[in-house]
Design a protein around this ligand. Structure first.
Ligand SMILES: *[C@@H]1O[C@H](CO)[C@@H](O)[C@H](O)[C@H]1NC(C)=O
Ligand SMILES: *[C@@H]1O[C@H](CO)[C@@H](O)[C@H](O)[C@H]1NC(C)=O
Ligand SMILES: *[C@@H]1O[C@H](CO)[C@@H](O)[C@H](O)[C@H]1NC(C)=O
Ligand SMILES: *[C@@H]1O[C@H](CO)[C@@H](O)[C@H](O)[C@H]1NC(C)=O
Ligand SMILES: *[C@@H]1O[C@H](CO)[C@@H](O)[C@H](O)[C@H]1NC(C)=O
Ligand SMILES: *[C@@H]1O[C@H](CO)[C@@H](O)[C@H](O)[C@H]1NC(C)=O
Length: 400
């Protein structure tokens, strides 16, 4: 699907804008020499590795041209004030400020191989399974993507009766009463989860973990191998399980951060959580959806997603031929923010016309076409464009 290598076109159309003020107040950047201006932004969408790319243009897009400086682009994703979403919606290329993300695990800290996908105006229907869970966005000015966690359960892989709730006062008598459910912010700012102090202490005692900051993010380390998973239960019952290889990696590092007793920092369901979850945001109706992610899917199924609608996952055939035989061709990913955590994401701009009738017809045609493709391994003809040059400077993601 769309690998979206965001990169900038040649500067022939560029015109400087001396009065422009960025919305990003204090980015982690020191740009000694930069200026703003307008240029054409090209979004490239790859469906299959060997195919050419679809191109989506955003004219008169404001860019910051940096001649000297440094930055730590550790954030992935689009917020409600994203100028890319604004521009795509304003030019009717998507039907509203809708954005979906699977962050994947194809970056150093996660140590995995699977790349994520990034969809504007839609979602990747093959990247999650039903049911989807709906949440209201929090007020502007805070992290809009917050959920309430009511339980966290640790299970050992080879012992069915080993489930222990980190909220349980019987298992952890140091707690005088069961901790309250807590609000946690979904973020891509950091990899490890940040949980309340008591819960973190219970995790440390149950897994025999210790503080360790070898990797600079205060992730805890276990002293002995622990083969088990951790299940986060949200208030509405949605359960997200961090699998054994993520809970304790081969160097015994966990994705749980240590926490000071008096820390007032927010609790975070961070990138670790998003490696297991597909996120779909409807910034128009101020709601978002979470569903269990399908980690590896060679097939990309961009589906338009319009304000107020509820995403539904692609229904897999029970024994589709393609499951048995595997798919020919992999998906190409563009590397975004490669200097920082090096997350590779695929992006897709799902086009969605304003008129409902048109949309329905289109959607049916789209579904039919996808089904045929699934069944027959047909790769559709696409217009050929030159792929983005390998040396192209990646366009850094903006926090909002
Ligand atoms: C800059 O990075 C530091 C360390 O990663 C982080 O604590 C801080 O919040 C970041 N500042 C902004 C504005 O993103
Ligand atoms: C391009 O965008 C700038 C800043 O948003 C605006 O001032 C200008 O009028 C736009 N030009 C065109 C041709 O739309
Ligand atoms: C475990 O995670 C740490 C922190 O990201 C990483 O540096 C280390 O290489 C990982 N170990 C393995 C064996 O993947
Ligand atoms: C243990 O927890 C896991 C994850 O929540 C669950 O799938 C499993 O059924 C539980 N086992 C028992 C015996 O309760
Ligand atoms: C954990 O247990 C499972 C099931 O026995 C096994 O397949 C897996 O290799 C184990 N993982 C580790 C890290 O020992
Ligand atoms: C992930 O993306 C990178 C960069 O495009 C690519 O080299 C790599 O093969 C991809 N990995 C998978 C498993 O598709």
């Amino acid at each position: 699907m769309a690998s979206l290598a965001f990169y900038l076109s040649a500067a022939v159309l560029f015109s400087e804008d001396k009065d422009y003020q960025s919305l990003d107040t204090a980015p982690n950047s020191t740009f000694d020499d930069s200026f703003f201006g307008q240029d054409t932004l090209r979004l490239y969408t790859h469906y299959f590795e060997t195919d050419g790319a679809w191109q989506t243009l955003i004219d008169n897009f404001t860019v910051e041209v940096v001649e000297e400086g440094s930055t730590v682009p550790g954030v992935v994703g689009m917020g409600s004030s994203s100028t890319v979403l604004d521009n795509l919606a304003a030019s009717n290329q998507i039907c509203g400020k809708m954005y979906s993300l699977y962050i994947g695990q194809g970056f150093d800290r996660a140590g995995g191989k699977v790349n994520g996908s990034n969809v504007f105006g839609g979602y990747d229907a093959g990247r999650f399974v039903d049911p989807v869970h709906k949440y209201a966005m929090s007020a502007a000015g805070t992290n809009q993507l917050s959920v309430r966690v009511k339980d966290i359960i640790v299970s050992e892989t080879n012992n069915a009766n080993s489930n222990v709730s980190l909220f349980d006062t019987v298992a952890f008598p140091s707690m005088s009463s069961r901790p309250d459910a807590f609000d946690a912010e979904i973020t891509t700012d950091q990899y490890p989860l940040s949980l309340p102090y008591e819960i973190t202490q219970n995790f440390i005692s149950h897994l025999d973990a210790e503080e360790d900051n070898t990797w600079g993010d205060n992730s805890l380390k276990v002293k002995n191998v622990f083969n088990g998973s951790l299940t986060i239960v949200l208030e509405d019952g949605f359960q997200v399980t961090i699998p054994p290889e993520v809970l304790v990696n081969a160097s015994n590092i966990t994705p749980i951060q240590s926490r000071a007793k008096d820390s007032k920092e927010p609790f975070y369901l961070s990138t670790t959580f998003l490696t297991q979850v597909y996120l779909m945001a409807d910034f128009e109706k101020q709601s978002f959806f979470l569903a269990t992610a399908v980690q590896k899917n060679n097939m990309v199924m961009p589906t338009p997603f319009c304000p107020g609608s509820t995403p539904t996952a692609y229904q897999r055939p029970n024994q589709g031929a393609f499951v048995k035989q595997g798919l020919i061709g992999a998906i190409v990913g563009g590397i975004l923010g490669g200097i920082g955590i090096g997350i590779c994401v695929y992006c897709f701009v799902a086009s969605c016309r304003r008129r409902v009738a048109e949309r329905r017809i289109e959607k049916r045609a789209e579904e039919g076409r996808k089904a045929a493709k699934m069944a027959q391994f047909e790769v559709e003809e696409v217009m050929e464009f030159d792929p983005p040059p390998k040396s192209a400077t990646p366009f850094f993601w903006k926090k909002r």
